[in-house]
Ligand binder design. Sequence first.
Ligand SMILES: Nc1ncnc2c1ncn2[C@@H]1O[C@H](COP(=O)(O)OP(=O)(O)OP(=O)(O)O)[C@@H](O)[C@H]1O
Ligand SMILES: [Mg+2]
Length: 230
Amino acid sequence: GMGGGGKTTLVMNIHNKIRGTQHFEVVIFVTVSRDWNIKKLRNDIAKKLDLDLSKKEDETGASTLLFNDLKRKKFLLILDDLWEKVDLEKLGVPTPKENNGCKIVITTRNRGVCNDMETDEEIVREVLPEREAWELFQEKAGSAISSDLEPIARDVCKECHGLPLAIIVVGRALRKETHMVVWENALRMLQNSQFELRGMEREVYLPLKFSYDHLETDTLRNCFPYCSFF
Ligand SMILES: Nc1ncnc2c1ncn2[C@@H]1O[C@H](COP(=O)(O)OP(=O)(O)OP(=O)(O)O)[C@@H](O)[C@H]1O
Ligand SMILES: [Mg+2]
């Protein structure tokens, strides 16, 4: 699914629902992300299992230790935000078999990664349907959307193309905004950015989102869209 489409939110919800039930002995959630490496990922997984890999000097030793621990367990492993193939064997994670009840769930923006990981089942995270998008937008923009602002507000919402992250950021930036001119500026900016986004997602959108994700506080996050509007 697309960036900001709700993949992490979805698997995090699954994690929280399933943890502590009888379905699996262990449920492990780890964030992989773009700048991952296999050693760190292995350590992250081991930490969740209270397994100490630090005594193993070489990669193979660490990998075997993890493998032998997981082999005995009915596990659910959630790997969030994969950008490329993760070699499970090198990592030390047994490949789930149909009869042992183990499962691995991955999320990625790139369908090719699913192929590389030889997934059995793929689910495309669809964008929000128009009605849900509008509800989320209203929730974020606050109660200020008067009847004369509603048509333009709906247009602004449409420019977010059902992407939760876009709806939240844009909605919040316009929260309790009563001046028509501000809404008009916002709409214009979004319409222009759509044009520029095509084919430039990596270069332009991702760094923007990256910096947005790393802003410390909600206050800063709220300021960010203003910088792009004006
Ligand atoms: N169904 C939803 N309803 C409302 N808000 C949502 C929904 N799904 C996701 N969000 C919100 O949208 C934002 C982005 O979601 P999330 O981080 O899960 O996207 P993602 O697909 O993991 O993105 P990325 O590819 O960048 O990792 C979050 O603030 C999240 O709370
Ligand atoms: Mg994510």
